[in-house]
Design a binder for this molecule. Structure first.
Ligand SMILES: Cc1cc2nc3c(=O)[nH]c(=O)nc-3n(C[C@H](O)[C@H](O)[C@H](O)COP(=O)(O)O)c2cc1C
Length: 381
């Protein structure tokens, strides 16, 4: 399969599957429990129909948006995801460079495999640092200071991962960091020698956001122990309010879903919230961000930037979310499969296809700029 024959999400997913060892593909592709929420994230868009207007003068299309003070040339950004150098040896480097080329934002995860400083040097676009709340308050402060020093524009605290989701595909293959593969999982690695050669001939696996603070070396601390031992399940709104004050800039919460929480986020001074169920990887059975979007926009949309992610595979999905009132839309697997399939070139092709789709769909909707999209052009079945 070649990159030039990838025309949509499903093509990239197939190509990634043909390149990756099964346990790594399943880590990206999988969700929690029965994966109901994961599937619904995309099918939720089907219950919403677009009603186009015609003869509106759509010669020039402007799809730029401003979100949390950042001007984005397109209304989608690459949401932070963990472990990208396992998917392709260039990992976050490829994503940072591709996002920069397309004038959009990208996030580096706390569990990222390239340092946020290096990613910053590789991209001219705005950069998010996604982090978790640690028991050690000094560590939280040190991480924020480091992000400030590196010139990060937006802090993003993920609040839906107070404990790990039940990912049964990973249990079956033994996927974990460090690897604890089952025999079946090991055999699947043996079937993909090209991946293994690539992995072995590039720099060794690291988690540079955590290395200075947490002893992950030599398998001393696994990622699951990092979650249970280092992160603070007693984290409260007061704790986060103190962080927001300390950061003193753009600060958003990722994984807010209820109106009550959205209002609290406004009260403590956040400038954005991301409606998200973590790509269906945490609480299975939870509502989709798209279904919950109108309620949240109506409650707080005039006081905070409301963003959503989950299940986005098409330009029309993006237009539906923006029409309901989202300020921008996050992409996860939409860029991860292309990364795994073909590195930076893959991510660039995926962003190019998305840009082309959004532009074409805006024309067909009769909208020359994003502010012309509204709920008047939607019907829900
Ligand atoms: C493989 C993978 C790793 C992820 N790692 C993180 C992470 O480290 N931090 C985080 O806040 N979200 C993480 N996410 C969630 C994404 O940021 C995003 O919310 C989600 O992927 C959106 O759903 P989608 O994949 O259907 O687009 C991860 C998602 C995937 C698929």
């Amino acid at each position: 399969m070649r990159l030039s024959s990838c025309h949509n999400f499903h093509d990239f997913r197939r190509m990634a599957k043909s390149r990756l060892p099964g346990p790594i593909f399943d880590y990206i592709d999988g969700g929690a429990d029965d994966e109901d929420t994961y599937r619904r994230n995309t099918t939720a868009f089907d219950a919403c129909d677009l009603i186009p207007n015609v003869l509106r003068g759509v010669g020039n299309i402007d799809m730029s948006v401003t979100v949390m003070g950042q001007k984005l040339a397109m209304p989608v950004y690459c949401s932070p995801t963990a472990l990208q150098r396992l998917f392709h040896h260039r990992g976050e480097r490829a994503v940072a460079a591709a996002a920069g080329k397309f004038g959009t934002m990208f996030g580096v995860s706390s569990l990222g495999t390239v340092s946020l400083e290096e990613a910053r040097r590789l991209s001219g676009g705005p950069q998010v640092y996604q982090f978790y709340f640690h028991k050690d308050r000094g560590l939280n402060r040190a991480m924020m200071a480091r992000a400030k020093e590196a010139g990060i524009q937006v802090m993003m605290l993920t609040v839906d991962s107070i404990t790990g989701g039940n990912r049964e595909r990973d249990k079956r293959t033994g996927f974990s960091i460090p690897f604890r593969l089952t025999l079946g999982g090991m055999m699947q690695f043996a079937l993909k020698p090209t991946w293994a050669i690539n992995y072995a001939t590039h720099e060794s696996f690291k988690l540079p956001q955590l290395d200075g603070h947490v002893d992950m070396g030599g398998g001393a601390l696994s990622i699951s122990r990092y979650f249970t031992e280092m992160l603070d399940p007693s984290m409260s709104w007061d704790d986060v309010a103190a962080m927001v004050r300390e950061w003193g800039g753009q600060f958003c919460l990722k994984g807010v879903m209820s109106v009550e929480d959205a209002k609290r986020a406004v009260e403590i001074g956040c400038t954005g919230i991301i409606l998200s169920n973590h790509g269906g990887r945490q609480l299975d059975g939870s509502r989709t961000a798209f279904d919950q979007l109108a309620e949240i926009v109506d409650a707080v949309g005039d006081r905070i930037d409301v963003i959503m992610d989950g299940g986005v595979q098409r330009g029309t999905h993006v237009l539906k979310a923006l029409s309901v009132g989202a300020k921008a839309v996050g992409l996860g697997r939409y860029y991860l499969f292309p990364l795994a399939a073909a590195g930076q070139e893959g991510v660039e092709r995926a962003l190019e296809l998305m840009r082309t789709e959004i532009e074409r769909d805006m024309r067909l909707m009769g909208c020359a700029s994003i502010d012309q999209l509204s709920r008047q052009n939607l019907r829900f079945s």
